[in-house]
Design a binder for this molecule. Structure first.
Ligand code: PMP
Length: 433
């Protein structure tokens, strides 16, 4: 075998594997599993807040009663009864004009993203995505060799004027984006939510530019303050493909999500999914089906909201009390994430080894961009540690940032004496507060 000495298969891989790299989150996995490290890195749901005994009993009973179905292959599109129940879940976010026929059950919404990338993207195609954007989605777009154009956000989500500019620039070059990928609620990683007014504006632009919108909404029911805003899909059935998931409202280990798409797209999705997995796992689907019909699942969503609200509050209070001046962060009204902007000149990726040494982990911002932005940013997830651990983690992180600032001041002092003033890691153009 030729290849090279590091990887003897190197000359055989498909072109598309060249864009595949371990995400910033995967790379951290070994570190954050160490018990002495407070992990504010991974977005792991608080599954221990579930009534594990009754879920266990329910699963045991389900296999005894329906094992012949639960342990068998099933339909490529997903269990028909579960797809009916999914309609009721989507109705909670204002989606009514839809039939179970338009729903495809997937292995988590991550498989839905991968299927969409497979059916829509050719190498070189343009995808519009928020700036920053969900790392798992960027991974699928990169694997499809698409070009991601980031659209800035602020505290009210994606900025419609910036979207309009990107669309008209593309049109001027005779190009068209294949789709806009957006996480409108409690954004991962930015923590912000697209305002009601902007939802209208984004859809008006989609109409004007014949743009397809992929709405990824795993956190929509996990708001702390208000009822969920109507989904983009609730306002447009033709232009919006909607992704949902039971990972955050029930359990990610089951790997059950869905895509809701117009019939023509639905057909392609089912074919692509059958090629990938034959059918989504029957056992997981029946567990979700049983959970939705026999357990107080919406009461449990309220329990999750309370757990996450308390953790969000602990995070924001600790940040306010402990962070050095000039550090800024978003204030999520739901979901799992706070997006932090470091003072100018600091580099969250370079700082990471020092943070791990101080026994705290976060995800550096660069993982959430396809184009190398994000140096001054980091994502904190408050979903998993309890409030005391969160406070301790933020305390450790504040100490690390303070030390970085001291080091930088010393470095700059030395450089200025030597006639230069700009240090490493300066990143102009940070878009979010
Ligand atoms: N989209 C977003 C925005 C997410 O945050 C996640 C999980 N972190 C997913 C999709 C994938 O979730 P799952 O595959 O577990 O449904």
């Amino acid at each position: 075998m030729r290849g090279n000495t590091l990887d003897p298969f190197a000359d055989r891989y498909a072109q598309r594997t060249h864009g595949m790299t371990a995400s910033e989150i995967r790379a951290l996995f070994a570190v954050v599993s160490r018990p002495e490290v407070v992990s504010l890195a991974g977005g792991m749901p608080a599954v221990t807040a579930l009534p594990l005994d009754s879920v266990g009993a329910m699963i045991g009973e389900l296999v005894s009663r329906l094992g012949a179905q639960a342990l068998q292959y099933g339909s490529g599109q997903g269990d028909p009864l579960l797809r009916e129940q999914i309609l009721q879940v989507m109705a909670l976010e204002g989606i009514h004009d839809v039939s179970a026929d338009e729903v495809v059950v997937t292995v988590g919404s991550q498989q839905g993203l991968d299927l969409l990338a497979r059916i829509f993207l050719d190498p070189g195609d343009v995808v519009l995505a928020e700036s920053p954007s969900y790392v798992g989605a960027l991974g699928t777009f990169q694997a499809a060799q698409a070009q991601v154009v980031h659209i800035p956000m602020d505290a009210a989500g994606l900025i419609p004027d910036a979207l309009a500019t990107a669309l008209s620039e593309l049109a001027a070059r005779g190009r068209r984006a294949k789709f806009l990928y957006t996480v409108p609620n409690f954004h991962n990683p930015a923590g912000v939510t697209l305002s009601e007014e902007r939802r209208e504006q984004v859809l008006a632009l989609a109409e004007a530019y014949d743009l397809l919108v992929i709405e990824d909404n795993p956190y929509g029911l996990l708001g702390f303050e208000n009822e969920p805003l109507p989904a983009l899909r609730a306002r447009s059935a033709e232009r919006v493909i909607y992704l949902g998931s039971f990972s955050k409202t029930f359990a990610p280990g089951l790997r059950v999500g869905w895509v809701c798409a117009p019939h023509a797209v639905r057909d392609k999705l089912v074919l692509a999914s059958e090629a990938q997995v034959l059918c989504p796992p029957a056992l997981s689907q029946l567990v979700v089906r049983e959970y939705l019909s026999s357990q107080p699942w919406f009461e449990q969503v309220k329990v999750f909201r309370e757990v996450y609200r308390e953790r969000r509050d602990a995070t924001l209070d600790a940040l306010s009390a402990l962070m050095p001046p000039d550090v800024r962060w978003t204030r999520p009204a739901g979901g799992f994430y706070v997006w932090v902007t470091l003072p100018e000149g600091l580099d969250a990726k370079a700082m990471q080894p020092r943070a791990v040494h101080a026994r705290v982990a976060y995800v550096p911002g660069i993982g959430f961009y396809a184009d190398g932005q994000g140096v001054r940013h980091l994502r904190l997830s408050y979903c998993f540690p309890d409030p005391d651990r969160i406070r301790e983690g933020v305390r450790r992180l504040s100490g690390v940032i303070e030390k970085e600032l001291e080091l930088r001041a010393t470095f700059l002092g030395a450089r200025t004496r030597g006639g230069q003033s700009r240090g490493p890691g300066d990143s102009p153009g940070a878009d979010l507060p």
